[in-house]
Design a protein around this ligand. Structure first.
Ligand code: BGC
Length: 354
């Protein structure tokens, strides 16, 4: 009896140490992934992709969304640090608000990868993976230039400008990329910003919110276009702002027949549907699967003490250092090429867009 009791005890102890060993092993491969919000389709896709791909590579994942609330994101990152994460992958809400919490990460030798949005004014960031953000803006500006035939017609054409959240370092890149293309035409009088408001600060949209963009567009319409003044184009830095602009225009009586050219970014399902219905002209497609692949490579390299592949080591200065970056390539999608870009590539099913 005593012998039996002893052997049960021994087996129990063995099981326990095996389990503890497993837990230790799992913990030693834990990666924290901090995403800004579930409100926008893209971040859900980013989070899902990251989790799937990291798990497939043998890591465990602590994935958190912060409802676009800065203190929530700070707490989540603190918990990841205290919870034993070995690498942090962070898409920040506000690039400037993570310095303190990331100083703790640095003390504990936990490397940080800035995901899609650069984290500013800290030396704790090891790598940055994103899309070529300036190019996103260039693509939008060139689309408007080409659709309005600014090089071969006299115009003048009327345009309004909406960009993103000033706390997101990307917003300026998108804005500059587009405005660098369009400014010569504005200065030559071929393109006219009727509201007069197109400097970055006034064109910004807090939290990238659809509602904020809609409210600003409603005010622009009533102040400048309610007398029938023609609106030819609205430069929108992304799909959530484009949606707000489209809602305001529709509410004021615009239809697919007379919609201005409207740009976007992300190819969110609601916006692709609008594109197919003639209510948005284009959206810049950023394949979040490619971005996730790249970040997984960075995580692997950091976990193995190796150097990760980067392709840009000059553009992204966060105020403290130039962060070694990998820039993925954005492309534009519109009603003509969406099948190749979005369906054939397996990003969406045709039924998603019905
Ligand atoms: C991302 C865009 C996104 C925007 C709003 C930016 O940092 O690069 O893809 O539309 O944030 O979430």
């Amino acid at each position: 009896m005593k012998k039996k009791f002893m052997s049960v005890l021994l087996a129990g102890a063995m099981l326990f140490s095996l389990a503890a060993g497993c837990a230790k092993k799992a913990d030693s491969k834990k990666i924290g992934v901090a995403m800004p919000t579930k409100d926008l389709q893209r971040w859900n896709q980013d989070g899902d992709n990251m989790k799937k791909k990291l798990e497939a590579a043998g890591f465990t994942v602590d994935l958190q969304y912060a409802s676009n609330d800065i203190p929530t994101q700070q707490n989540q990152i603190e918990n990841m640090i205290n919870g034993g994460c070995k690498v942090l992958v962070i898409a920040s809400i506000d690039g400037d608000s993570l310095g303190t919490v990331l100083a703790t990460a640095k003390e504990k030798n936990i490397p940080v990868i800035a995901y899609d949005r650069l984290i500013m004014n800290t030396d704790a960031v090891a790598y940055y993976a994103t899309f070529d953000n300036y190019k996103v803006g260039t693509i939008q500006g060139e689309y408007i230039r080409d659709q309005l035939k600014l090089d071969s017609t006299d115009g003048p054409y009327n345009i309004e400008v909406f960009t993103g959240d000033p706390g997101d370092n990307n917003a300026r890149f998108f804005y500059n990329g587009a405005v660098d293309v369009l400014k010569p035409y504005i200065e030559a009088g071929k393109l006219h910003v009727v509201s007069g408001k197109y400097d970055f600060e006034t064109a910004a949209t807090a939290s990238w919110s659809t509602e904020n963009a809609q409210t600003r567009m409603e005010a622009i319409i009533s102040g400048n276009y309610s007398d029938g003044t023609k609106l030819d184009a609205v430069l929108c830095s992304n799909d959530s702002t484009a949606l707000g602009v489209t809602n305001a225009l529709e509410a004021a009586g615009w239809t697919a027949e007379n919609m201005p050219i409207i740009t976007g970014q992300d190819c969110d399902i609601a916006n692709v549907k609008n594109m197919l219905a003639g209510k948005q002209s284009m959206s810049v497609f950023k394949d979040t699967r490619t971005l996730a692949d790249q970040v997984v490579e960075m995580v692997k390299a950091l976990m193995e003490g190796k150097t990760a592949p980067t392709n840009d080591n000059k553009t992204y200065d966060n105020g403290v250092k130039v962060v070694p970056s990998y820039l993925c390539t954005p492309v534009f999608a519109d009603a003509n090429n969406y099948k190749d870009i979005l369906i054939t590539s397996g990003y969406y099913k045709e039924s998603d867009l019905a």
